[in-house]
Design a protein around this ligand. Sequence first.
Ligand code: G3P
Ligand code: CA
Length: 243
Amino acid sequence: MAKKPLIFAHRGVKSTHPENTMIAFKEAVNVGADGIELDVQLSKDGEIIVIHDETLDRTTTGKGAVQDYTLEELKQIDAGEKFNTVFKGETIPTLREVFEWATTNKLLLNVELKNDVIHYNELEEKVIALIEEFELHSRIILSSFNHQSIAKLSTLAPELEHALLYEEKENEIVQNIHQNRANGFHPNFKWLTEEMIKEVQQAGFIVRPYTVNNMADVQRMIDYGVDVIITDYPQQAKALLEA
Ligand code: G3P
Ligand code: CA
C-alpha cells in the first residue's frame, strides 16, 4: 500500500474561504490539514504581503498593481467580501502576521515567492530574515516558478526546503533540481506520471503536486505515492485518506 501523503490547503482553504487570508489559513487547522500554501509579493514600501495576483482586482476591492501601494494603503482594502460578503473585513495579510499566527499551531508552511512575473528586489533576503526571526526553519518549504530565485534562496539558506514549481511538463527535471540546489518538485498534477514521481523520489527529492481538486485525482496521486498533495479541498482529501 502507498504511504499516506500530507495534505496542504492551497492559499488556505480556498474552496470555502477567501484565498490567502487569515481566515482561510485558520480554516486549514479546523479541517485537519497538515500545511498551507500561500503566495508572497512586496508592497511599494517593501513589506512582504500575502496575495496571489500581481493586481488587486480579482480578489480584493482594490484596483491596479499590488506593487503601487504601500502596506498602509493595502490594509484599507477588503480581501474577503469579493469571495462572499460574510467575509467582509478580511485584509491582505503580511507574512509577519501569518508567521505570528503560525507560532500557535504546527502547520507546515509552503511559501511561494510570486516573483516569476515581477522580480522583486531582495524578496528572498526578506523572506529568509523573517523565517529566522520566527525560528520557523523546520516548518518552511520555499517554492517558486522562478528557478533562479530558488537557487538564490538555497545559497542564502541551504538548511531550508527549496522546491521548483512547474506549470508545464519539461524534460530533465532531476538535473534542474540539482542545478538549482533544490530538494523538492512541485508540478502541476495534470501531466504528472507515476514514472516521473519515482524518478524524482529515487533521486532523493520530495514531490508535492498542485492543485489537485477532484477526489479521483487525489486518489490517483495517493496511489502514485506522492509526498504531499496541494488542494483547495483539504477537508475532502483528508476524509478520503481516512476512509
Ligand atoms: O504552489 C502551488 C500553486 O499554488 C502554484 O500555482 O498559480 O496557484 O500559485 P498558483
Ligand atoms: Ca501559489
